[in-house]
Structures are given as structure tokens and as C-alpha cells.
Design a protein around this ligand. Sequence first.
Ligand SMILES: *[C@@H]1O[C@H](CO)[C@@H](O)[C@H](O)[C@H]1NC(C)=O
Length: 734
Amino acid sequence: MAGAMEIFLFFNLILTTIWAGEDGPVDQLTARQDELLNANPANPWMFPYYYNIQPQVPFAGYAYTDGIPFYRKPSSGYFAKREIFYFLVDVSNDGHRQEDRLGFGNLGANLFGNLFTPPTRPFRPLANLFVNRMDACSSSSGDAGICTSAFACSLFSRKPSGSCNLGRVCCVEIVSSCGSTVTLNNTYWQSPSTPVSAPSTCALTVRLDTKLVEQLAKPICQIRLDFVSFMTAQPTAGTCTDTFEISGSTTTAPTICGVNSGQHMYLDIPSSATTPTDVRLSFNFGTATAITRSWKIKIAMLPCSATYLAPADCLQYFTADSGRVKSFNWQDVAGTTTRQLNNQNYDICFRTELVPSQKATQMCLSICSVSNGGDAFSITTPTSSTDAAAAVVTATTNLVKAQTTLTNAKTTLATAQTTLANAQTALTTAQNNIAPTQAALTAAKDALIPAQEAATIAEMALTDAQGAHTETQTLLTSAKESLEGKEEVLATAKEDLTKAEAAIPPDETAITDARAAATAAQTAVDEAQTAVADAETAEAKAQSDVDKALAVSDNAQTAVDKAQLAVDKAQLAADNAKTAVTDAETAVNNAKTGVNNAPAAVTDAQTAVTSAQAALTAAQIAAANAVASAAALSGVGTSAIVNGVNTATCLYDFLLIAGARDSTNVKADRYCGNALNPATTPVATSVPVCTPIKPFRMTFQTDNTEEAVTAGANILPAPADTANTGFCLDYQEK
Ligand SMILES: *[C@@H]1O[C@H](CO)[C@@H](O)[C@H](O)[C@H]1NC(C)=O
């Protein structure tokens, strides 16, 4: 008991010393509590302390909000004083320690886990303890920390560094792991000591919740990140391959990469008193390996009540009357690669600072001076080269068209020439064909004539033969008739003879006469028979002659028919040959027309190609000049219409300084190109510009590409951006 009493006195001494000289209401309360405690050293458990927590909280690190007064003496005699309450804050019923949070863990659980009964009434002196005892401080190394007792600092597993007021130490927390959760103000997150592997991710959660005992009394509305150092891979054509991204805040922070040491960001969150928020910071490293990736980020939690919060929507906030403002990844280094980051869209705000005893009425901006070859203002390519680039595109298109036309004309000419040659050949052939067909026709006709003559002769011969035949027939008939007559005479004579011989008395004379008459009659018959035989022979011969003549006539007729057929064929061939010649002549005439017209088309097309080529060359020279000069020009200008297309000026990437004007009152809101200058005709030199428009604020915006923007429906074309660096400006309020 004596040992315990000593410890109690020791704590009381420390606490009383620490709290002396602080006179807030809480301090007054705690001072009264101390008095009470000191007044009753023998019975420390009777002091009117209430505590707001109990060991059985369901979630590590969360304070119990429905706390009850603690006034009961624990079962053993401990000095349940304020430092002890600190321990209890972070003790959960399973002894689990929330990583990188207030790290009392099992220490508290072991020491005090069984000491207390559940609280029954809300009262939060500890919250006040945290807030009032953990003010921000600056350590001897320059890092920010929280001002606390060395004892508490060591219990937090933090690093005491230098002293702060009233004998306390500046207690610094540095987290160098991935996946941690932080809840204490001014925690530093830095890269692990071993090199970052690639590809990989590394994230940190910042938990904001007034139910956390270390955040009990001061609701947080904003976080300020200070990139003490920040080194990742450079973007590829403006697009980050290593990314640093923030989620959970109501401010939409752009994705950044490259070199951002010295930069800062303000992030709005809903009040942690009403809405617990996890803000997540995450690095996503790409595949590039030969790169040193390192960072050290200070995370400050700004109370809702603070007067120094950044205005809404201000990712960056500058509170001095002069200083320097740079786009993310801007560096004073020479280079031809793009340092400007794509997809930026944020506001940079400036407090209207008091300049000797009055509020500033204007803010002036001028480009930083560079000493390492850096480019202080290079946001995008100005319009002058836009026009030229568009002209090159148009000229190239025209040239291609003209070349196609020429090729087509040449093809047409060649085809026409081939056609003509073929037609002429066909004509010659057709013409050559006429002579033989006509010769054949003539020959056929010649052959027809003798055949016809022969046929005529044969017919005449036939007629003769038929005539002769008829005669022989007539002769035969009359010979036969004559024979019959003779035979009758003979018969009569024979009868007479018979009669004469039969006459009694015989009449020798009559008989002799009768015999002579019969003999004469017989002779006449014989002669008549001979005549018939002769007539028959003649008739047979005539018949044979007719047959022969008929055959000859038939043959002659056949020959005539054949000859006629040959004539007909030859006539047809001759007619066809003539038609072919006519056709071939027509084809030749047509082909000649084609051939005559084609050379003119070829000449025209060649002329077009020549002029298109000249136009392209001129446009290319103009573009080269424009690009060369664009590297040093301001890009404010006015958008120009090229070939009926309006091209973009400061439309996609720009720095917006509302109402900014140069010394001669030339004004422009958007600035781009390679010189800060509101001149409408692009110029190479930057000039200071001032704006009277309050609150002083700039907006930096870049689109998602450094590539050219192609014209489309409702899309204005823009040239490709190259080697843009972003901006570095010195500001001065006046
Ligand atoms: C956290 O620290 C900053 C200084 O870095 C200070 O301005 C701020 O008030 C502190 N926040 C709280 C809740 O105490």
C-alpha cells in the first residue's frame, strides 16, 4: 500500500504541474478534481470523477459514449487517475490493438482490464484531457507532433522529439507501413525503409470519428496533407502510371504522380461529430522498376471550428501575402517529356491577406524564375499551330484525293488505249475477212451458172427423148395396125385360096391368082411383122433414151441445188463479214473518243496533284514553323476558323485566373500555351498578370490526354500537346 501511495502522489504531482497555468473550463474542472483528490489522499476513490469509458467497449479504440459516473472503489487499491484513464481508452474486451492508433493495447488491458464496472452516465473529462493535452507542436527535427507527457508519448509508441510547453515533449508519430489506420493528429506516413516493389500498392486509412477518444472533443472537418517529400514515376504522355489517389473526402482530389515534394492538399470531410469518415490515401505503383519511390506525408486534422480552414472546394490554399504556387509535378528541370498531369481539375485559393494593415485588393501572378532549364509556364499548344496543323491535315487529304484521281485517270487512259488497240485489231481482222467471203460468193455464183445451163440442156434432151419416144410409140401402133390389116388380108387370101382350090371345077387361074394373092398377102404380113418388130425396137430404144435423159436431168438439177446452197452460204458469210466490219468500225470510233478524252483527264489530274503537293508542302512548312514558334508562345488568342472548323484555344487544358489582366489592361480568363500572356496574338514572353476579383482563386484543368483532339459532333479539334510542364507562378497580394 505504501508503494501504491507513492505512485499516486507521483502522478498527482505530474498532473498538477502540467495543468498549472492553464485556465480553460476543463482545466478548471480538472484542477478542482485535483484539489479534491489531493485533499483526500487516503481515500482517492471518493473523488467525483466520472469516466466515459469502460473496458468492455466493443470496438478497439472507441470510447463508450453512454458513460456512467465512476465513483466506486475498485476491488484493489489502484490510483485510477487521469493517466490511467488514458490506458483504458484503448482497451477492448479481446485485448486487440488497433494498429497505429493509440497503442496501449495489452498493457492497459492487463493492468486495468478488470478494474471497473460499466459506466452508467455520460461525462467526458478524458475527451477534454486529450484535446487540451495534445495540442500540435513542432519537434526539434521540424516534424509536427502532439504535445504530451513523455510518459504518454512512450505509451503511444511514438517518438518524443524536443520539448513543448510546460515540460511536455513533442510526440511525433511516423507510420511507415502499408495498410495502416491512423487516428492521431499530425501523423506522418512515409515510405517503408525497404525499396518499394513494382507493381504494388500501398494505402493508408485516416479515420475521423469523434467516438474515437483521441478525437472526442474536436470534430474534424478538413484534412491537410503536406507532401514533405513525394517521388514516384513520371507520367507517360501526361497519364500517371504510378498513381496517388484519395477517396473518402468530399473534395475530389486529382490523381497525381511524379515529384510533388512541398505541395499540399486540403480535403473536406463531413464533420466527424456527425459522420464518421475513412479517408483513404493510396499509392498504386505501375510496373516500372528502375525508379526510386519515396514519400513522407504529414496528415493534419483540422477542427471544424478552426479559423484557418480552406474555403470549400479549394484543393490548395495559400494564406501568405506572397508565395509560390505550382502545378503538381512541376519541377525546375530541363526536359522534353510531359510533366503536366492529365485529368487535373481543382481550385487553388488564396486568403485575402492583410497587406500592411489593409486587405489586399488584387493578386498578381508572374512566372517563377528557373535556374535548371525548367519551363515555368507550359500548359498546352496554342492556336497558331492548331491552324497550321489543321491546314496540314486538309492539304494531306486533298493531296491523297488528287493522287487517287490521277491514278484513276491514268488507269482510264490505259484502258481506253487498250480498248482502241483491240478494236483496231478487230477491225483489221473483219476487213480482211470480207475479201475471201466475197471471192467465195463469186466462185459459188460462177459455179451455179454452168450447173443451171447443164440442167437446161438436160431438160431439153429429155423433152427430145420424150418426143422421140412418143413418135416411136405412134409408129409402133400404126405398124401393129398395119400388121393386123395385112393379117386380115392374108386370112382373106387364104380363104379365097381355099375356096378356089375347093371350086369344082377347079379354076386353075383362080387358084393361081388366089395362090399368088395369098403369097403376096403372106409377104405383106411378113413385111408388116418386120415393121412391128422394128417399131418395137425403136420404141424400146426411145424409152431407154428417155430414161437416160431423165437421169441426166435429175443430176443436173441436183447440181443446181448444191450450187444454189453454196451461193446462199457465201452470201451469208459475205453479209456477216460486212456487219462485222461495221461493228468494228463503230468500236474503233468509240475507243478513239475514249482515247482522245483520257489524256485531258490525266493532264488535269496531274495538275491537281502538283498543286495539292505544293499546298501540302506549304502547309507542312507553316506547321513546322508554327510548332516551332508555338513552343514559346502564349496560347490565349482567339479561336480561329480553319476550313469552316473552329479550333480550340485554351479549351482542354488551361489555368483559369478570372479577370486577370496585364499592365495595359489586356484581359483574359483562361491561360494556356507557353507564355503567361493575355495577348490575343500569341507572343513569346510571359508578363505579370493581376486580378482584382475576390476571393482570389485559380482553377487548373487538364483533359484526359495529351493527344490531338479530333473534330467530331460538338467536338472542337485541338492539336497534340507535347512536353508540357504545367506552371510555376509567384503570387503577390497587393
Ligand atoms: C492538428 O494539428 C494542426 C497543426 O498541424 C492544428 O492546426 C490542428 O488544430 C490540430 N488538430 C486538432 C484537432 O487539434
